[in-house]
Ligand binder design. Structure first.
Ligand SMILES: Cc1cc2nc3c(=O)[nH]c(=O)nc-3n(C[C@H](O)[C@H](O)[C@H](O)COP(=O)(O)OP(=O)(O)OC[C@H]3O[C@@H](n4cnc5c(N)ncnc54)[C@H](O)[C@@H]3O)c2cc1C
Length: 392
């Protein structure tokens, strides 16, 4: 086992770091800290990362993707500003699902602009009454005469207000079945049929994009229904298994920034006649924070490397994300403390990291749900739905 980056990975990290410093951070820095990115800003940022492979890392090069290993994707994503990283994960998830589930004709039409970052993608599953339990989805695809219509509300959708393409999970009432209707997925295209979306104001990731979207008898073209059958659940699980350690690495990136600020400050700030770095409890706070960051990074890397070896599992990804979010939140708290009152000041920039990391406890499985996914894999017993189940 070798924990060192190879030459290619080092070069990828250096390239990502250069783009973050020269392109992404200045553009986001010039945008108000409390305002969601505009569509044009997000497209500019997508254009800036085009050469890194972050837009379509999972797709093979033969199909226009970057053909990256998931570990390499994660190594770069950790460096990207968090609000953009979450947008990229949502965009990439949309591409990966279109690629896995769509017909050749659908792919040929939809994928090229998404892969190039000239269009924005997202996926809409969560609803006002369907969060942790995706089977509670109530949005419905139904018929009116010879028209197909989509009705329902989607909530907390990353990129939702600016997306060109959204994969919407809903109930399939095309055959008139009732509440036990099977699930369906519909591709919604803003350019063909616009839809209403509103941004939701949240505690953190305030430059990020999180929307509520209402569909009321929204016309769906028959060619925009994804007829992937039973494989859809497997595709969804595969997407989540990758996304969770990636979100864990976004938490690591936030905590690393907080730790770097705290370390610098501890060397400069003098109290009781010496730099506070020389006080034992300050060293312990820094040691605890560094340990939290490193253990989180290693767990996420290990989960992604397992996926690359074909040995990934929902439990492993769930464990990595839950540990990283918890540990990095604590690490940022410790780092803020090292700055004393300055840690609370908006101008220091560290309180924002604390607000941002809090957001990551929720998407792609809350920490409670992740512990149950991991627990199911450890025990082979299903706790979420009360029935014995395969640990998968
Ligand atoms: C930054 C961000 C980005 C997001 N992006 C997207 C997106 O792009 N697309 C999308 O579809 N959704 C997205 N979401 C929504 C997210 O997936 C849901 O918010 C999440 O699944 C939780 O659902 P909920 O908020 O309705 O909470 P609920 O499911 O209502 O849970 C409320 C509380 O109850 C707990 N709970 C629920 N069930 C159980 C149980 N069985 N055992 C123990 N505790 C339980 C939860 O852990 C939580 O603490 C995003 C959310 C955030 C914050």
């Amino acid at each position: 086992m070798d924990f060192a980056l190879d030459d290619e990975q080092r070069m990828m990290r250096e390239m990502a770091l250069r783009i973050c410093r020269n392109e992404l951070e200045p553009r986001l820095g010039a945008h108000p800290a409390d305002a969601p990115m505009s569509r044009s800003l997000l497209l500019e940022l997508f254009a800036a990362v085009r050469g890194t492979g972050l837009l379509a890392p999972r797709l093979p090069e033969t199909d226009g993707g970057a053909g990256l290993r998931m570990l390499d994707y994660g190594l770069m994503l950790e460096l990207v500003p968090a609000a953009l990283a979450i947008s990229l994960i949502a965009h990439e998830g949309c591409i990966a699902r279109l690629y896995s589930e769509c017909t050749p004709a659908q792919k040929a039409r939809l994928l090229p602009p998404l892969i190039a970052g000239e269009a924005i993608g997202c996926t809409g599953s969560t609803e006002p009454d369907a969060g942790s339990d995706p089977r509670a989805v109530q949005s419905r695809l139904h018929r009116q005469g010879d028209r197909l219509l989509l009705s329902g509300r989607k909530l907390w959708i990353t990129n939702g207000s600016v997306a060109d393409v959204m994969i919407v999970t809903c109930r399939d009432l095309r055959d008139g079945s009732g509440s036990r209707a099977p699930m369906a997925k519909v591709i919604v295209e803003r350019a063909r049929t616009p839809f209403e979306a509103r941004e939701i104001d949240t505690i953190g990731l305030r430059q990020g994009l999180l929307a509520e979207i209402v569909f009321e008898d929204y016309p769906v073209e028959p060619g925009n229904v994804i007829e992937s059958g039973g494989g859809a659940t497997e595709v969804l699980k595969a997407t989540w298994s990758v996304n969770r350690p990636l979100i864990g690495l976004v938490a690591v990136g936030l905590a690393q920034r907080a730790f770097d600020l705290a370390l610098d400050y501890s060397r400069l700030r003098t109290q009781f006649g010496k730099p506070i770095a020389g006080h034992q409890l300050v060293q312990k706070a820094l040691s605890d924070a560094a340990t939290a960051i490193e253990s989180s990074r290693l767990l996420c890397h290990s989960a992604l490397a397992a996926i690359d070896r074909g040995e990934g599992s929902p439990g492993r990804g769930a464990m990595a994300k839950r540990h990283a979010q918890n540990a990095c939140q604590e690490a940022i708290w410790q780092s803020m403390n090292v700055l004393g009152a300055s840690g609370l000041a908006v101008e220091t920039g560290i309180e924002r990291l604390y607000r941002d990391v809090r957001m990551l406890a929720i998407p792609d499985g809350t920490n409670e749900i992740l512990s149950l996914i991991h627990g199911r894999e450890l025990t082979g017993v299903e706790a979420l739905r009360g029935t014995a189940a395969r640990a998968s």
